[in-house]
Design a protein around this ligand. Sequence first.
Ligand SMILES: [Zn+2]
Length: 173
Amino acid sequence: MAEPSLPHLSFICDCMLGRLSKLLRIIGIDASYSRAATGKDILGKAESESRILLTRRTSVLKGYISTPYLFIHNNNPELQLREVIRHFHLNRSDCAPFSRCLQCNSLLSPVTHEEVAGRVPDYIFNTVDTYTRCAQCNTIYWPGTHHDRMLLFFNRCFSGELSNNPLAKRSKQ
Ligand SMILES: [Zn+2]
């Protein structure tokens, strides 16, 4: 399978891999998410956006597929992330943590303290100076406890430990 070279590696996650798409965004990897119900739709989207398909659905992979893809074996999102990191030989320098919107995958840009007035809780506004904003969905991000957990997670991604998942609280497991 032909794989684009870094740093232009971008992915599309199928409807079973929503949590994986967020973990990839946390470490700064371009990962869109598709709710497409049919294999044809998601393959078409992957092809038109030149993205590598990450899928858990064997049905998508029946027949000839010209789109680059990786079949994900694990159910656990952290182990799924490890599969992607290992398969594509990703390392720290390929990643830019906190550079992407977790909601919509767009790149974040710095915004000034003044620009977020009235748009973040008062106690945050009064104590935090550094903010970024998603140009697409307008979500504002700032360093906080969640940020620290994600940084810890990022560091562990590349040390072989993935036990500290920042999304674990929302896990159904
Ligand atoms: Zn966004």
